[in-house]
Design a protein around this ligand. Structure first.
Ligand code: FE2
Length: 509
């Protein structure tokens, strides 16, 4: 739409600030400051959504646009032409958060599209579209969302996002590895060959990722809910002050560049990651924090062959199976218990970033597992499956990313169990661009016969998952892209799987 038209329709030029806030004068904002990172929205509820932007002069110029806070006008309309303005206000771009803007717009109608924009002086942002979730209190019969993960800038272009343009999904659920700290070489380069070591470095890394045009279009079109995996920030359980400082920097930069509701405290290596939502009585979505409360990984590293699968898969030593090992931590495990116990939802999703399905591999006659996944925390996983069984949780579904592969499975208690004994179904989505090298894929492929509960495994394709949830059926479409080594790859549905209401186990559609 034309910005002139937007200005006229929205009457922004006439708007008086609704709030009285001490702000810097117009002259104190640097010339050329605007919205080079465009706009985004996220963390929707049934009556609110977070609108995001970040003031800068250019995507590669992150010098502060002002010495102090800056007022930014925002408007929300119920139509694409922005003529029916339903909310407006002033957001504050704070210097301590890199002049990012996070506006939590409340009082919206459930299950509705809205359009929004920001204004700073004469600069108008692009118009974004967002959507609220259906009400948790009213019946709802169909919900569609997309699941993405793992977008290594150097590995490829993020054009898989463009495949969502006609999906008419209500939400993008991002399972983490939004950025990568490590360089791998590839079709394009990070802004620096070294991993971020400061807040400024992390900001530059996020700024670079935000310049991918397909990612930008997706943010302009749909609300995201974003969680974190191992490359977004240091996840090590540590008391080392330097590492904690680095994690605080990573969290802060992540917040500054994401449309999320909860700001971390400055210089604090902690942040709220956990999310939960109810979509009517159709779907209960639980997204635990799998980063901040988990026991240290690699309990078996010293026992393992470091040359096998880059050391990513490790010998399943006794320590990994200790009953007190936890990925969630006790308070969060209690939270999940309550979510499962009290749910009246038809479908119950645990989206925990890493795969829940047990997966045994053989290396030189020894049992190896991927211990960064739930296979490194089997006692806690068993307790979750116990609860699913005990509470007769309706249609439990696990969703994950992390392994840059499409993997569809029935979640049995132990690898090798009869798939008919599965207690839940799992969909692990492939990456937007990150590669899964043969050194990691070959041991998994070789282990498939010993893991008959794995219904599908494929590691060479990039893309995302499209979930369509109705009262009778869950459908997962594996949406894959032709290529990512140059822009312009087209997305199509490679395969589809369904879970029927009341019947555990995944079937090919
Ligand atoms: Fe990843």
């Amino acid at each position: 739409m034309k910005r002139r038209h937007f200005l006229a329709g929205a009457g922004l030029a006439l708007a008086a600030p609704a709030l009285t806030i001490r702000s810097v004068s117009a002259q104190a904002v640097a010339a050329g400051a605007g919205f080079p990172f465009s706009v985004a929205s996220g963390d929707p509820t049934s009556d609110a959504v977070v609108l995001w932007t970040r003031l800068a002069r250019a995507v590669d110029d992150l010098t502060p646009v002002a010495a102090g806070p800056v007022e930014v006008e925002w408007i929300v309309a119920s139509d694409e032409k922005m003529s029916d303005v339903v909310r407006r206000g002033i957001g504050i771009a704070r210097p301590e958060f890199g002049h990012s803007v996070h506006v939590d717009v409340e009082g919206l109608q459930p299950d509705r599209s809205y359009w929004y924009a920001f204004r700073l002086g004469g600069e108008i942002s692009p118009v974004g579209r967002t959507r609220t979730l259906p009400s948790a209190l009213a019946p709802h019969s169909r919900f569609r969302f997309n699941v993405v993960s793992c977008q290594h800038w150097e590995n490829g272009y993020f054009d898989a996002y463009d495949g969502m343009a006609d999906d008419d999904a209500s939400l993008v659920l991002h399972m983490g590895d939004y950025i990568y700290e490590v360089g791998r070489g590839g079709v394009r380069s990070h802004e620096s060959k070294t991993a971020p070591a400061t807040l400024a470095d992390y900001r530059r890394r996020h700024a670079l990722y935000k310049t991918d045009t397909a990612l930008r279009r997706a943010h302009e079109r749909m609300p995201f809910m974003v969680t974190l995996d191992n490359h977004d920030a240091l996840t090590e359980d540590t008391s080392d002050m330097a590492k904690l400082k680095l994690r605080a920097a990573a969290y802060q930069a992540w917040y500054e560049f994401q449309p999320v509701r909860h700001a971390p405290a400055l210089s604090n290596p902690a942040m709220q990651i956990l999310r939960d939502r109810d979509i009517g009585n159709l779907l209960r979505l639980s997204i635990p924090d799998t980063r901040q409360f988990k026991d240290r990984e690699s309990s078996c590293a010293s026992d393992s062959d470091k040359n096998f699968a880059f050391g990513v898969f490790q010998k399943a030593c006794d320590a990994a199976s200790a009953a007190d090992r936890s990925m969630l931590g006790a308070p969060q495990e209690a939270w999940l218990d309550e979510r499962l116990k009290t749910s009246k939802a038809r479908w119950n999703v645990i989206a925990s970033t890493v795969m829940m399905t047990p997966f045994d591999m053989d290396h030189g006659g020894e049992l190896y597992r991927y211990l960064q996944s739930w296979d490194g925390y089997p006692a806690e996983r068993a307790r979750i499956l116990d609860r699913i069984e005990k509470y007769k949780v309706g249609n439990p579904i696990a969703i994950a990313g992390d392994i840059h592969s499409n993997l569809v499975s029935d979640v049995v208690r132990r690898a090798g169990d009869d798939p008919k004994t599965a207690l839940m179904s799992e969909f692990v989505g492939t990456s937007i661009s990150s590669l899964w090298p043969d050194q990691l894929a070959k041991p998994m492929q070789a282990a498939l016969p010993a893991n008959p509960h794995i219904r599908h495994y494929e590691h060479t394709r990039r893309g995302y998952l499209r979930m369509t949830v109705t009262e009778d059926r869950w459908t997962t479409d594996l949406r894959t892209i032709e290529f990512t080594d140059k822009p312009g790859g087209k997305v199509s549905t490679e395969k589809s799987f369904v879970v029927e209401n009341g019947q555990a186990g995944v079937k090919a559609a």
